[in-house]
Design a protein around this ligand. Structure first.
Ligand code: CP3
Length: 355
């Protein structure tokens, strides 16, 4: 493999200085892009799109062709893992992903197969290999997975529900079931992430989208601890031991200190956290990623500029910030507004990187 040309994000993750703040956008390949909608139509469904390496690779590159971002993220979904383990993933337009037969008890968990993930998710591997070829080492490629807790929520609830009563109740009435599920997910996710690096991913990100539903004790036991175990497994593997890991717990602003101790290289922040305060809490040895409110992209150019500048001002001088939104970009955003944001970040952030 050759050397990557734009190393800004890798540099930031290593603690080396950069000329400006690097930027990529969660869900950068998505429905706000007309070209994504076109490819998705060609695929026939969201799931077909995920499972067709050619088309998944095509949509991965669409935002890169448009915007000149500092990283690509492989197009896929966090729910391919439960699908590979035996819960068939389905998808309804304007409703999202769901499972017909969510997990009710430990016997359901015992029936899940957490082995042979590489074989079952080979389509992700192929998409990564193809994407790496087309990227031609211009920018790094991010691989990802959902966290064990976030995958558990979908696997037990069946879909994203309002209160997540079923999965949260399991903590109190069937701890054993959750612990058994966690063990299987830690195994499957670690192997999945290693597979992605084998295929060419340069950075890994763990999406813990629903960790923020928990109280501190439960977050530590059922979300952070299993993520820590995954990071430990990555660190013990020759191939992945030096691959940077970004950990994003949405709603995790109260636990930044504990997240820092997980062994991750960067913490993703949602927009409810003040970057300057987060930086004070976590110290100077770890990077921060985020955290513009995605809805800021529905403002005027002037207000987008102000909101983004505030994020960069809040971090201030220093080289350990990766600009991103605080959560995924939504389907109603005008791509021109995103282009405007990205250009502003590149220009404005230079002032914070003068030696
Ligand atoms: O960031 C990227 O560009 C990579 C692609 C990516 C997708 N999903 C594509 C997608 C990534 C990293 C994900 C992760 C993911 N998937 C998460 C964690 C991140 C987060 O947003 O909190 C979660 C919780 C999921 C599960 C999921 N997939 C939901 C809840 C939905 C429906 C929500 C919606 O926007 O309708 C999806 C579908 C999905 N995943 C879409 C995309 C582009 C939209 C699908 C479509 O209709 O084409």
């Amino acid at each position: 493999m050759g050397q990557i040309k734009n190393t800004r994000i890798l540099d930031v993750l290593k603690g080396s200085p950069v000329d400006r703040t690097p930027v990529w956008i969660m869900r950068q390949a998505g429905r706000y892009l007309p070209e994504y909608k076109k490819t998705r139509k060609k695929a026939g469904s969201f799931i077909n799109l995920c499972k067709s390496p050619d088309l998944a690779s095509e949509v991965t590159l669409q935002p890169i062709e448009r915007f000149n971002l500092d990283a690509a993220i492989i197009f896929s979904d966090i729910l391919t893992i439960p699908d590979a383990m035996g819960l068939e993933l389905k998808f309804k337009d304007n409703h999202g992903p769901y499972f017909d037969n969510p997990l009710d008890d430990i016997s359901n968990v015992q029936n899940l197969n957490d082995n042979d993930i590489d074989t079952k998710l080979n389509y992700v591997s192929e998409a990564i290999i193809e994407t790496k070829k087309k990227l031609n080492n211009e920018i790094p490629l991010i691989g990802f997975s959902g966290s064990p807790w976030t995958l558990s929520t979908y696997m037990i609830e069946g879909s994203a529900t309002k209160e997540f009563r079923k999965v949260r109740s399991k903590i109190y009435n069937d701890k054993k079931m959750l612990q058994t599920l966690n063990q299987k997910l830690v195994n499957a996710i670690s192997n999945y992430l290693i597979m992605q690096v084998k295929a060419g991913a340069n950075i890994l990100m763990i999406f813990d989208s629903w960790g923020g539903l928990l109280n501190t004790e439960n977050y530590i036991n059922f979300s952070l601890d299993p993520m820590k175990k995954i990071i430990e497994k990555l660190r013990k593997n020759e191939l992945t031991k030096k691959i940077p890991v970004i950990l994003f717990t949405k709603g995790g602003g109260n636990w930044l200190k504990q997240i820092t101790d997980s062994g991750c290289d960067a913490i993703g922040l949602d927009w409810t956290v003040e970057l300057s305060a987060a930086r004070k809490t976590v110290g100077e040895n770890i990077c921060l990623q985020g955290n513009l409110d995605p809805c800021a992209l529905h403002g005027t150019k002037e207000s987008i500029k102000n909101a983004a500048s505030k994020v960069m001002d809040s971090y201030g001088f220093g080289h350990k910030h990766i600009f991103n939104l605080g959560h995924g970009i939504d389907q109603y955003v005008d791509p021109d507004n995103l282009e405007f944001l990205i250009n502003h970040v590149k220009e404005y952030s230079k002032r914070y990187h003068q030696n």
